[in-house]
Design a binder for this molecule. Sequence first.
Ligand code: AMP
Length: 466
Amino acid sequence: MCGIFGIGGHDDAANLAYLGLYALQHRGQESAGIAAGDDDGRLAVQVGMGHVAEIFREEVLRRLPGRRAIGHTRYSTAGSSVVANAQPIVVRTSMGTLALVHNGNLTNARELRRELERSGSIFQTTSDTEVVLHLMARNPRRDLVDSLMVALEQVEGAFSLLLLGENVLVAARDRHGFRPLLLGDLDGAPCFASESCAFDLLGARTVREVELGEVIALRLGSPELESHRLRGTVRPTRCVFEHVYFARPDSLLFGESVSEVRRRMGAQLAREQPAAADLVVPVLDSGLLAGLGFSRESGLPLEFGLIRNHYVGRTFIEPKQSIRNFGVKIKLNPVRGVIEGRRIVLVDDSIVRGTTSRKIVRMVREAGAREVHLRISSPPTRWPCYYGIDTPTRTDLIAARSDIEEIRAFVEADSLGYLSLEGLLSAVRSPGESFCTACWTGDYRVPPAGEERAQAALFPREEEGR
Ligand code: AMP
């Protein structure tokens, strides 16, 4: 879970990267950074903890001159939450200074890191991304793009990444396409972004997806884009959870409108898991569009029975021990006038640990709901993600150890219904595409690393009959 943005050949490169990251803030709120390169090959970088708008004040952006820039918003999935792990990661090599931003998780990073350290590499961070730079430094080629491709052919797992060298900007996507990456055009300047909402803010045109296994290079002084291919078989396994939860609904993702896909998921959920109720109440913002789809299909009115405070960051600090435990109330507040005496269909996109869902169900009941029917627009999350979505270990995933009735009892709902996998896939219409569904099925197309495999194998028998 990270957002990346890059642009080449534009006088306002760093400012545009700032705006692009601003639109991608939902993909990571922990840290952000921008590296910019001028026409003499000098690279400057600024990173910080917190939100994009807090870090990139005017004076900070002024320290990022040049016509090329890449940027990153981070949500730590591999490596701890410290500024040393903020991206871009910048290193000095025999090929000059390099800056790298990465979205996705590499499944063999630990093994590669161990080997590299054994032969003398000194890592600056605990993030898996740095492995790519060390592999490049080990295999310097006259052409930086070749060196990157050699490195990328050794890593496994998920990567959508951007590399800024002294005279080239490169975009690359793994052969599975787990994480999104788009090519755009802003008045002739090529740009790259995780989601199209970043292009919309800039007024850039979405050209196409960076293809699976594609490496696109933009060399200093040339307007032409070079397209290269990584060796190996292309096996499309795009992450459907991006459609379910992670991407912004105003984005185009894998060629489809996220908003429409989510509505279709909600409509299908209404067909598969109807509820005798008076009202549909979406859990904001995650359940909004599925809630709309559910409401239209079922004919039940949708009402905003929960209101969200939009100013709560992920790192809300509760001010005093004596007034602790605000819990979910700090983010969501029920509207008693809407809920009281009603039978509510509460729609959300997923249940992970179940603890937040339980608090929301309780809150709705305390606001006077007569019944609470929880409907989830994806199947039970039973397996952790090794490709860049932040999910806890199997032991913490409620659906890995409980059946639907046990989950219903835990979240204290009157009924609980999940969307089926078939139903979910029918809502994603990209023709001929195949998606990664590992978080629901445990079908990991790229095997996780040794230790993770052991972890994934916990509770193996529980899959039977579910
Ligand atoms: P819980 O009931 O504690 O499992 O929380 C469920 C809520 O977590 C839902 O509103 C989801 O939208 C949200 N959610 C799902 N996946 C993630 C994730 N990877 N990171 C943060 N929140 C998530």
